[in-house]
Design a protein around this ligand. Structure first.
Ligand SMILES: Nc1ncnc2c1ncn2[C@@H]1O[C@H](COP(=O)(O)OP(=O)(O)OP(=O)(O)O)[C@@H](O)[C@H]1O
Ligand SMILES: [Mg+2]
Length: 184
């Protein structure tokens, strides 16, 4: 079965952490999640909640200067921020392939900058700004089969944050699907 992207809405940093934790409940060893969004969109806030969902107790902070940080949890987490990388091979120098071969879960902020260096099997989470100052719109897009197989479960897990009336079949209950408008 092929499903389209799943959307979710947040209206506070805590809601972003909660919805990210719900996504993490579905994570498996060796998963890769790419976070895409402008400065201040909430990629690090998302990772904090995602880590909580993986059972990470330590405080997750932005790895902007360290580039990569690792955390121990029910599933271990690698958290990367590749904003400052200037060349693709710098991503490989970080030991990316070793991280992905590990039994951990890897989350990469600005991951869209380095897709050429990544396996084509990941969940892309795009974060855009909504109307109010703290509104954020999340779009989850599976690339490859690993996450594709979990999109239905993701839709269910995120139903509390879906304000668009999307049903499990991907059709809008309000009959207004496909307008491309902000669902929040
Ligand atoms: N709904 C929301 N979700 C997440 N963050 C929010 C939300 N509303 C407001 N914020 C604020 O937006 C900022 C998000 O910061 P964060 O560091 O998570 O962004 P980022 O995408 O990681 O930025 P950068 O590209 O600099 O790494 C925080 O100051 C947070 O309090
Ligand atoms: Mg960040």
């Amino acid at each position: 079965m092929t499903t389209g992207p799943v959307q979710a809405c947040s209206s506070s940093p805590d809601q972003t952490r909660d919805l990210a934790a719900a996504i993490a409940e579905l994570a498996r060893p060796c998963d890769l999640v790419l976070l895409v969004g402008d400065l201040g969109a909430g990629k690090t806030a998302f990772t904090q909640g995602f880590g909580r969902g993986l059972g990470v107790d330590d405080q997750i902070t932005s790895p902007t200067f360290a580039l990569v940080q690792s955390y121990t949890g029910r599933l271990d987490l690698y958290h990367l921020d590749v904003y400052r990388l200037e060349q693709m091979n710098e991503a490989l120098d970080l030991g990316l392939s070793e991280m992905l071969d590990d039994e951990s879960v890897t989350v990469i902020e600005w991951g869209d900058k380095i897709t050429q260096a990544l396996p084509r099997d990941y969940l892309e989470v795009s974060i855009t700004f909504g109307e109010a100052e703290e509104d954020r719109v999340f779009e989850l897009r599976p690339v490859g089969s690993r996450w594709q197989a979990r999109m239905r479960a993701l839709t269910v897990a995120l139903s509390a944050w879906s304000l668009s009336g999307e049903s499990l079949s991907g059709e809008s209950l309000s009959g207004e699907s496909g307008t491309g408008e902000n669902p929040c």
